[in-house]
Ligand binder design. Structure first.
Ligand code: MUC
Ligand code: MG
Length: 399
């Protein structure tokens, strides 16, 4: 009888073609901020953007492989505390030094080193983590999803955000997106006007696209009392989901709102870390969890976030922070490996930029986005366009 283990011992990994840790050492890390124009104004309860500031991280391995990642913000340090400038300096000054010279394939060790080097700063950590998966995936000829357990899903339905605040424009945009079979689920931003006016705007949009699902993102703009007063009106309009209606740090208020609402309530800004998710889950503050790399700080950590949310009975939603094709592909890599993504994803970011930062790899068609299957993140970055729109050159740290 052959008692040999069917699992290859670790030493044989060195014989996997292309797998050689010395070749996967991190030789250089570069960062750069680009301001990518958006097709229209994008309004949230506390900010409005016309350009998307994106912090790019580029990692070079000893074997010449290159990987890209992206740190995302909305309106400077408004959506969360990190700004494009703080992300770049956190990477350059604190995170790059602990990664340089290390084997890029040891993702968990890299994440631990980054956690020791900086508290929170999750957008900065996520940018580097994406770049490591991209670079190692290219070096080994494997898609990032394969490095995360392997793909279950091939594509997801994509939600589009209506956020100009002008109902005529939003109705035209929604009809066009629906009729061209681009999107049939819409997330509508509220919280920047009086609730009464927001609801009147919503009612017009709902009437104009009766075939479509409507999600409302309040971005912390209402008090618990306003929720009590206005959520019944959202129920009457047939809204499918309400996102982060109250301030992020008041989990008790979110729990009360969730208990009263007949519409499922999603926690977004209120849950970054695994501990945040567990605390929210323990008191049922939200019955749906929005997953974002800028909150988790890394791809494997976002998988854990999904696990903690699921363990607390939450449904899962693939959130975004208007990432370009680079960040969208990194999210899709993780999301494609989750057993279930109940609400699909909102990675419309590449399409709200007048021109994406990638030239190939992300395919949107028939209301869906396909999860990239090429090596690394599976997208081709448009370096010439980056040179055109960046105000400064790459900043570089070397081993
Ligand atoms: C958020 O809070 O969800 C995501 C989509 C969008 O329109 O805004 C972001 C941020
Ligand atoms: Mg949100």
């Amino acid at each position: 009888m052959n008692l040999a283990s069917p699992i290859a011992p670790t030493a044989t990994l060195a014989r996997v073609p292309g797998f050689d840790e010395a070749r996967l050492r991190i030789r250089a890390i570069e960062t750069r901020i680009v301001n990518a124009p958006t097709t229209r104004a994008h309004k949230l309860s506390n900010t409005e953007i016309h350009h998307k500031a994106i912090v790019l991280a580029r990692v070079h391995l000893a074997d010449g492989s290159v990987g890209y990642g992206e740190g995302s913000t909305l309106g400077g340090p408004r959506w969360a505390e990190e700004s494009p400038e703080s992300i770049q300096s956190c990477i350059d000054r604190y995170l790059a030094p602990v990664l340089l010279g290390q084997p890029a394939n040891r993702f968990e060790a890299a994440a631990r080193a980054m956690r020791k080097a900086a508290a929170r700063n999750t957008a900065a950590k996520a940018a580097l983590d994406m770049a490591l998966y991209d670079a190692v995936g290219h070096a080994l000829g494997l898609p990032a999803a394969q490095l995360l357990g392997g793909r279950i899903h091939d594509s997801f339905e994509v939600i589009w955000a209506l956020a100009s605040g002008d109902p005529d424009q939003e109705i035209e945009e929604a009809r066009h997106k629906y009729e061209s079979r681009a999107h049939r689920r819409f997330k509508i931003k509220v919280g920047f006007a009086e609730p009464r006016d927001d609801i009147a705007r919503l009612a017009r949009i709902v009437a104009a696209v009766p075939e479509c699902d409507i999600i409302v993102d309040v971005n912390q703009g209402w008090t618990a009392a306003q929720c009590q007063r206005w959520i019944p009106a959202l129920e009457e309009l047939g809204v499918a989901l309400i996102e982060q209606p109250v301030v992020a740090d008041d989990l008790a208020a979110l729990a009360r709102v969730t208990a009263r609402s007949r519409i499922p309530v999603m926690i977004d800004e209120g849950a970054f870390s695994l501990g945040d998710i567990a605390r929210a889950g323990a008191i049922a503050a939200g019955s749906v969890l929005s997953l974002k790399l800028v909150k988790s700080g890394g791809l494997m950590e976002m998988k854990r976030a999904a696990g903690v949310g699921t363990a607390h009975g939450m449904e899962l939603y693939g959130g975004c922070l208007l990432e370009s094709g680079i960040g969208a592909a990194a999210h899709l890599a993780v999301l494609s490996t989750l057993p279930e993504l109940h609400w699909g994803t909102e990675h419309f970011g590449p399409r709200i930029l007048t021109r994406d930062l990638t030239t190939a790899g992300l395919d949107f068609a028939d209301f869906h986005v396909a999860c990239p299957t090429g090596p690394g993140l599976g997208v081709a970055v448009d370096d010439a366009y980056l040179d055109d729109i960046a105000e400064a050159d790459w900043r570089s740290a070397r081993a």
